[in-house]
Design a protein around this ligand. Structure first.
Ligand SMILES: C[S@@+](CC[C@H](N)C(=O)[O-])C[C@H]1O[C@@H](n2cnc3c(N)ncnc32)[C@H](O)[C@@H]1O
Length: 261
């Protein structure tokens, strides 16, 4: 396998669903490719949920990878009834299951489903959800993000919250590359496979909330140190809390969060 190189332009049109799954299964040949520590986004989410205390049911991680954030959430938020990770990479989920076997007990509430989210949520949630997306939406093309927004808009129960942590355009990878094609998108080439990564602007986060039919409770931009393929890098991310018809009192509590993150 060759190392990824950053190139301008995203041409994913020829990529089929199967080739996308293959790309991600290849990435996860290295089991802890994104390190083993939880993301700073997840740590912020835990902090927020402790303050907001919304009705707690299911914590759902969209594009969960091998579950490093989900396992941490399960330990830190014991009041949730269940933790569900969805990803279409069977390779990542096999790693997640082997982690789960080693961490018996605290993680009994963690489940994983192998499914392509572009075909909709593989569960029918009745009660409000906490949805979590870290470095996931931005791995989808503009069209795929649109399809996902339409699918989620229909299925997410009222009272749900979506926490986003997606790379921003202040990210060093974005700043060091030229982009063409979809604004904010760069391409990573790996073994001849063209994979695009989209870097969000704040206004796009707000526009995406609108597409989802959600209101924005909070946004900011922050930096974090993370590990990608063994290399320590400083990332820059947009953090957003989106609400799907959340109660007024929680909206005002969320407003109080500004400045406390
Ligand atoms: C950059 S990784 C991030 C993984 C994890 N959230 C983390 O922060 O470690 C993006 C993940 O999205 C998953 N993914 C991409 N497109 C997907 C889709 N259409 N359905 C389900 N999972 C998808 C990939 O398999 C991969 O695990």
């Amino acid at each position: 396998m060759t190392t990824s190189s950053l190139r301008p332009a995203a041409h994913e049109a020829g990529n089929t669903a199967a080739s996308k799954v293959k790309y991600w299964n290849d990435v996860y040949q290295e089991p802890s490719v994104y390190g083993t520590r939880p993301s700073l986004t997840l740590i912020r989410v835990v902090r927020c949920l402790r303050v907001l205390q919304p009705p707690l049911h299911t914590f759902l991680d969209l594009g969960c990878g091998y579950g490093k954030d989900l396992f941490f959430a399960a330990s830190a938020l014991p009041r949730f009834r269940s933790f569900l990770g969805i990803d279409f990479s069977s390779k990542a989920l096999r790693t997640a299951l082997s982690f789960a076997r080693r961490r018996q007990g605290a993680h009994n509430t963690v489940r994983f489903i192998c499914a392509n989210l572009q075909r909709g949520l593989p569960v029918e949630p009745q009660a409000p959800l906490v949805l979590f997306s870290h470095f996931f939406l931005q791995t989808l093309t503009f069209n795929d993000r649109g399809i996902l927004a339409a699918l989620l808009r229909e299925r997410i129960p009222s009272g749900s919250l979506l926490f986003l942590g997606e790379y921003s355009r202040s990210h060093p990878l974005f700043l060091s590359s030229e982009t063409t094609g979809e604004s904010g998108t760069v391409s990573l080439r790996r073994d001849g496979y063209e994979h695009s990564v989209h870097f969000f602007s704040k206004s796009e986060i707000l526009a995406y909330a609108q597409r989802l039919g959600a209101s924005v409770l909070y946004t900011d931009e922050f930096r974090e140190r993370e590990t990608i393929r063994g290399a320590r890098i400083v990332s820059s991310l947009h953090f957003g809390i989106l609400s799907f018809g959340l109660a007024e009192n929680l909206q005002s509590t969320a407003a109080v969060l500004s400045g406390r993150m």
